[in-house]
Design a protein around this ligand. Structure first.
Ligand SMILES: [Fe+2]
Length: 334
């Protein structure tokens, strides 16, 4: 009975050299390396089971004491990290446009009609072929989780009527239109998630219907991915956590580390920073754009440092671009 002893010795040697190796893997390796000793995979498996004491009670006495494992003990003690939720692969929504008018934070029905008028006409006069509405078009005051003025009894339906009226006036002047949600549009899915999570999908699909976006030819990019025009990334701004500070454009740069623009902070700001990549020196620029809501404030936001503004993005065919980040003051674009 020399062969079984040889089998056991080889298997023992291998397990000592590879502590923690799964038994099945060890059996495959033995079968491959010593086909004359282990003509079948089962033979290799049996040899391993014998020396680890996993071949039934009667053979348990043959086990090598320090290689003995309890039946069913996994061979590999190394941690197996759970894969977790893999989420989405975010890719920007790409828009090809020659000249874009970017408007942020109208907060309808708390918009400033004169500022909106000046901004839209400036874009029309500059020959913009694309309108980008960068979030917080609607204030959604009626569904805010903050304490509300009880005298405001207009309701969400009236707010949405006002927003549709706004779109009907400004959208037709541009060949292309794109819109992303801001934190105020996100009030709707948040409310649904908190109160009726079963309707979550409807809340996201709902913005198309609620604002009649198809009728106004507006592409809704509702999943918080960036919109990319040329080499510039555009966001609303609330996607970036703990942003703001003295210069919100600098904070945007610190988070994105790429050329980017957002609203949300209601302030016109710019930040340029040189980046050294090996021997190539390049400059990355970030912008935050002013808002178009009434600066007198709303009861939830009476004291602030907001300013009115707009941005024009000029894009070349190779993706290079330039930005005019303008303030609006006293009814004039500065
Ligand atoms: Fe806003």
């Amino acid at each position: 009975m020399a062969v079984p002893r040889v089998k056991g010795r080889i298997a023992e040697e291998y397990l000592r050299e590879h502590p923690g190796m799964p038994k099945q893997t060890a059996a495959k390796w033995l079968r491959e390396k010593y086909p004359e000793v282990f003509p079948t995979l089962n033979a290799a498996r049996k040899a391993i089971q014998n020396i680890t004491g996993n071949n039934g009670e009667t053979n348990r006495g043959q086990a090598v004491p320090d290689l003995k494992t309890e039946p069913g003990t996994p061979g590999d003690p190394r941690p197996k990290i759970p894969k977790g939720w893999r989420g989405h692969k975010w890719r920007p929504h790409v828009v090809k446009a020659r000249r874009t008018l970017a408007l942020y934070d109208l907060h309808v029905p708390f918009h400033d009609p004169r500022a909106v008028d000046v901004a839209v006409n400036y874009g029309i006069d500059r020959g913009c072929d694309h309108l980008f509405i960068g979030g917080d078009l609607c204030d959604c005051y009626s569904i805010s989780s903050y304490t509300k003025d009880p005298r405001f009894r207009k309701g969400l339906s009236w707010e949405l009527t006002q927003a549709r009226e706004m779109l009907s006036q400004i959208a037709p002047h541009f060949a292309q239109r794109t819109m992303v949600p801001g934190n105020h549009e996100d009030r709707l899915p948040r409310l649904v998630s908190d109160k009726t999570p079963e309707l979550w999908d409807l809340a996201h699909i709902g913005w198309h219907a609620l604002l009649d976006l198809e009728k106004f030819g507006v592409t809704w990019v509702g999943d918080h991915r960036a919109v990319k025009i040329g080499k510039l990334y555009l966001l609303h701004g609330h996607e970036i956590r703990k942003a703001g500070g003295v210069n919100p454009a600098r904070t945007l740069f610190r988070k994105i580390k790429d050329t980017a623009m957002c609203g949300h902070f209601h302030r016109t700001a710019e930040h340029s920073e040189p980046i050294l990549k090996l021997r190539d020196r390049t400059t990355v620029d970030c912008w935050t754009v002013g808002c178009l809501m009434r600066l007198e404030g709303v009861d939830y936001d009476l004291y602030h440092d907001y300013n009115h503004g707009l941005a024009i993005i000029h894009t070349d065919a190779d993706g290079s671009f330039s930005v005019e980040n303008r303030k609006i003051r006293m009814g004039r674009v500065e």
